[in-house]
Write a protein that binds this ligand. Structure first.
Ligand SMILES: NC(=O)c1ccc[n+]([C@@H]2O[C@H](COP(=O)([O-])OP(=O)(O)OC[C@H]3O[C@@H](n4cnc5c(N)ncnc54)[C@H](O)[C@@H]3O)[C@@H](O)[C@H]2O)c1
Length: 343
């Protein structure tokens, strides 16, 4: 039997715990080390929760793995092949830099970095590295969003006329999310999913017009954006809303409405997940592949390494440019004007 890839996870918050569960389902990999600077998360006596049911269910208790209080010590463990970075966004760049310097493959949680500047530095490091690196933009792998991208590309229901994305929750709380300098507010942390999907699906917008307001992170925690594609009148109307300022108890939902010449697709995940297709005066529910994007994304990364394929740099660069769009959205909110995306 071939040797399993050895994984070390840095950060045991909601995402580190989610990744931990997923690796246990994938053949060809094993988690051999975890790191968290909070002792109780490391020993399993406290545990972070996810915002989607089925997420972060397991934990480190009972696992026979090496444990580190500092992620840098995990990176120095020469047994580890893959470093999975699930710390706060402001720390992504330094951990990616350190892991690539030790010739580790890197999976780094979204957004790729706290700033476009840092994201560009990561691209340079990735270009020079022989190791694989993936930005965990999970929506690119989420079945309902894969379905939407294919419907647009294949004109399954005719030309796409409009796309609207929404993502809403109450404030997640905790030190990381309470500091705009670390998380970038809901604008970067939450809404980045939809902005990245727009970029991934439609290409880089020429400009954005955004409005928003500040919230408990100290940064923009509710944003509404129109993405402007000047170059072609053929592009659909594209807009998105992201917020974590809903009242406590509201829960989490994400949704889209995509209107085509010959059909309307409407998707909602709010506890349950539904994708509805309306056409010819009727509506039907579309059966989606079961599972969360997190799992398909990690499987894709592991498969890429096991099959000896190189990093898809175009996808990584796109994830970096998404941060440039977010930064244009921030300026648009501050200036109440249409802002060109420079990336
Ligand atoms: N893909 C998604 O849908 C999704 C969802 C939520 C969060 N995220 C991203 O995942 C990242 C983490 O988010 P979270 O909610 O899990 O955050 P979190 O704050 O709950 O967890 C981060 C953990 O990292 C630990 N940590 C900090 N510095 C460390 C160090 N030097 N060494 C070891 N551990 C250290 C902290 O103690 C904490 O437990 C963020 O970048 C966030 O944007 C992605």
């Amino acid at each position: 039997m071939s040797k399993k890839l050895k994984v070390g996870i840095i950060g045991l918050g909601s995402m580190g715990s989610t990744h931990l569960d997923i690796y246990s389902k994938i053949k060809g990999v094993e988690v051999v080390a975890v790191a968290d600077s909070i002792q109780s998360r490391l020993d399993g006596s406290s545990k972070a929760e996810g915002n989607i049911s089925g997420q972060a269910e397991g934990g480190v208790s009972g696992l026979s793995v090496k444990k580190y209080l500092d992620g840098m010590d995990l990176i120095n463990n020469s047994d580890i092949d893959i470093v999975d970075i699930c710390v706060g966004t402001d720390l992504h760049y330094i951990f990616v830099e350190a892991a690539l310097a030790k010739n580790k493959h890197v999976l780094v949680e979204k957004p790729l970095a706290r700033t476009y500047d840092e994201a560009q530095k990561i691209i340079q490091l990735a270009e020079q590295s022989t190791c694989n690196i993936m930005s965990a933009m999970c929506l690119r792998y989420w079945p309902a969003w894969v379905f939407l991208k294919e419907a647009i590309e294949n004109s399954t229901y005719g030309k796409c006329l409009s796309l609207n994305f929404r993502r809403q929750t109450s404030f997640p709380g905790g030190a990381f999310y309470s500091d705009d300098n670390q998380c970038g507010g809901a604008l970067l942390d939450l809404h980045v999913h939809d902005t990245d999907f727009v970029n991934y699906c439609m290409g880089l917008p020429d400009a954005v017009f955004s409005q928003g307001y500040k919230g408990p992170s100290g940064g923009v925690d509710h944003v509404v954006t129109n993405y402007i594609f000047n170059k072609t009148n053929a592009s659909p109307l594209v807009s998105s809303e992201g917020s974590w300022t809903m009242q406590e108890g509201y829960g989490f939902n994400m949704s889209y409405t995509a209107n085509f010449e010959n059909g309307t697709l409407s998707y909602l995940l709010d506890g349950e997940e539904t994708l509805k297709l309306s056409r010819d005066a009727q509506s039907e529910n579309i059966k989606l592949k079961e599972g969360m994007g997190y799992e398909f994304e990690i499987r894709a990364f592991v498969d890429e390494i096991l099959s000896g394929n190189k990093t898809n740099l175009d996808l990584l660069i796109q994830a970096a440019k998404t941060i440039a769009i977010i930064e244009a959205e921030k300026i648009s909110i501050e200036t109440c004007s249409v802002v060109a995306v420079k990336a």
